[in-house]
Design a protein around this ligand. Sequence first.
Ligand SMILES: C[S@@+](CC[C@H](N)C(=O)[O-])C[C@H]1O[C@@H](n2cnc3c(N)ncnc32)[C@H](O)[C@@H]1O
Length: 226
Amino acid sequence: MKTQRLSYLLVLALCFNGYYAAVPSIGQAQQPSAQQSKPAAGANATSNESTSDGKQLRSPDVVYVPTPYEAVDAMLKVAKVGKNDVVYDLGSGDGRIPIMAVQKYNAVRAVGIDINPERIKEAEANLKTAGVGDRVRFLNEDLFEANISDATVVTLYLLPSLNLKLLPKLLAELKPGTRIVSHAFDMGTWKPQQTLKTNGGTVYFWTIPAKGTPEYNAAAAAANKT
Ligand SMILES: C[S@@+](CC[C@H](N)C(=O)[O-])C[C@H]1O[C@@H](n2cnc3c(N)ncnc32)[C@H](O)[C@@H]1O
């Protein structure tokens, strides 16, 4: 049943993105080309590859589907990304979120983490075109193992089950006040502070609470339900 529900959600996400891809995006001229925005065929094909530092990689937990630019813009806006922010996109695809965070929202740094080396190559090519150079880095790593402790904003477009699997790491490693934004998928019983319906999809927003607060307990309880 659970597997069926997840497959359904994934198909839904793919369909929605197919639909929203037709909507003109904000600042498209400065963004990766329309062709690069299409879901990549065979995105699941990566396994047993190794990173430059020799780490063994496994298959992605979710296929690549890009967040439409309008939703990317809404995600960065609702998180109030600005010049003091370090933005991490966990599962960064073609790099559009880290690139926009620096290019349009002036984040001091942004990091994209993706387990698929093809996505990293694509993101690095897009970074070159964007001309924001050394303020954005793409790391070919497993998001569940990456060091994200210096993030002030974390962006996600994964799956409901992956959001919940990730939640204990977010609570353990991120400073209170760090903003979390997810495209399309919520965090179960941890209710978002804001939910925005955009033409590019639904965006959910939370802030990492301080330990011992009722908000922290609510988030921890949601994480325990995985
Ligand atoms: C739905 S796409 C989202 C791409 C981008 N964040 C966006 O919103 O446009 C999910 C991405 O997560 C990556 N991914 C899946 N499992 C991962 C893992 N365990 N660690 C890092 N990246 C992963 C996939 O390769 C894919 O590029």
